[in-house]
Design a protein. Structure first.
Ligand code: ZN
Length: 447
């Protein structure tokens, strides 16, 4: 009974503290102690003013800190104002230890407890206003191979370890009626003539949400239904940069959807959105902006990456390795390939190592070989997905579960191949055909 009570209180504590146990360690700066926080709710109000051609975001974020210190958040645009609990505070940009990344910190030491952060900022990236007709298009694109390219490009957010509900109210000004379409992987409701509300699920992270808006009719769009193996009719939207390609994206999406459901289980999202952008490729939860070639790869990420979610940059290789292993036909190999430092970088690293594709794929091919008598790695992944969907994973979590499934001792294998600080024969960094680096001009042109 005692252990039951203890267990209950542990579960409560785990729930109440969210994912703060997955945050990297707090650290000292010149002004005091910088502490990671747990955001529990975010509300962003974004006004797109087509007359003034300005985009202003006002965010109210509820959070709590368990340790006394100055709260860490991130936002790349310089904030117009920052308030904590109704009082204006200074903030500054600081390096994370080792200089591996950059964040912002509010320069006010807070006692442990619940607080509210209010931030106003302008959004200049990936927003387009046309002069005469006052049309608005905007997209919150993300990339994961480089540092600081999640939603911090647009709004104040936390690092990837945090999951919390977020509501986004968007309003269009500067014209009597804006006929806008909102593509977002949350619940979308029109709340006024020129106003929409998007409510994203509570399990989303800073890299899961999708938002793209444009005038109605700007892109050839197909609305249809995907029938899940669990009986649900999943609303699907496909729209494309090149109008003539929409049909082939729909056909391919239906095919890959059926394949992934058969392999890993029912689609775990309420909808499906694909923007056939002609080039590039990036995954969101149940949504993607992608070239035709990468559509299947990005859909796999709706299982691994944006449903079973990496808690940090050192966990990002897992989903790229899985997606890449599938891209190459789930090969089996009797050797683990060349070691790479996929997961042993700084605990503050936020991006995915781009060696995850080739090295990761070879490593998984070897794991598949090792556990063939247990049904192979795919059998493991099916169970792993179904057990841990909507939650965060780390490399250690992945390894422990592999050991549990296979009965193998994998510590040394992971040390030699995944946590390899000085890989014996470092290869040149490869660029994935699935997540090619797009230039800023290319990203801008896709809006
Ligand atoms: Zn990928």
């Amino acid at each position: 009974m005692k252990s039951l009570i203890l267990l209950c209180s542990l579960i409560f504590a785990a729930h109440a503290w969210g994912n703060l146990h997955l945050a990297p360690p707090d650290f000292d700066i010149k002004e005091g102690r910088a502490v990671f926080i747990d955001m529990t709710d975010a509300h962003h109000s974004i006004v797109f003013d087509a007359g003034r051609r300005t985009t202003t975001a006002t965010s109210e974020i509820k959070f709590f800190n368990t340790k006394e210190g100055m709260p860490i958040f991130d936002l790349i645009p310089y904030p117009v104002s920052v308030e904590i609990d109704g009082v204006a505070v200074e903030q500054k940009q600081i390096s994370l230890p080792g200089g591996v990344s950059t964040v912002r910190v509010a320069l006010k030491t807070l006692a442990p407890g619940e607080h509210t952060l209010k931030i106003v900022n302008h959004i200049k990236k990936h927003v387009m206003y046309t002069p005469i007709f006052r049309n608005v298009s905007a997209a919150f694109w993300i990339r994961d191979l480089k540092d600081r390219l999640f939603w911090e490009q647009y709004l104040p957010v936390n690092l990837e370890f945090d999951q919390h509900p977020r509501t986004m109210d968007v309003e269009f000004k500067g014209r009597k009626v804006h006929k806008q379409v909102i593509h977002a992987n949350g619940k979308v409701n029109q709340t006024g003539v020129n106003k929409w509300r998007i409510e994203y699920p509570a399990w989303y992270t800073v890299s899961a949400a999708y938002f793209h808006t444009m005038r109605v009719g700007a892109k050839r769009t197909r609305y249809f239904t995907l029938k899940s193996i669990d009986g649900r009719n999943i609303p699907a939207t496909v729209y494309t940069f090149f109008p003539w390609s929409v049909g082939k994206f729909v056909t391919e999406a239906q095919k890959v959807f059926a394949e992934l459901e058969a392999d890993y289980g029912p689609w775990a999202h309420d909808k499906y959105i694909a923007y056939g952008s002609g080039f590039g490729g990036m995954e969101h939860a149940g949504a993607t902006m992608t070239s035709f070639k990468a559509l299947d790869h990005e859909m796999l990420h709706s299982y691994f990456a944006k449903c079973v979610l990496p808690a940090n940059g050192n966990a990002g290789w897992i989903d790229e390795a899985i997606a890449s292993w599938r891209d190459y036909g789930y090969q089996r190999s009797a050797t683990p390939g060349v070691p790479a430092n996929l997961a042993g970088r700084s605990v503050y690293a936020r991006n995915t190592n781009n060696q995850a594709y080739e090295h990761g794929r070879e490593f998984l091919a070897y794991l598949d070989y090792l556990m063939q008598d247990k049904g192979g790695l795919k059998a493991f992944l099916r169970g792993y997905f179904q057990t841990y969907k909507y939650s965060m994973i780390t490399t250690e979590h992945f390894k422990n579960n592999l050991e549990f499934f296979s009965g193998l001792e994998l510590d040394q294998l992971f040390k030699d191949n995944v946590f390899t600080e000085t890989p014996p024969t470092p290869r040149d960094e490869e660029e994935s055909a699935y997540h090619p680096e797009l230039t800023e001009e290319e990203l801008e042109s896709l809006i």
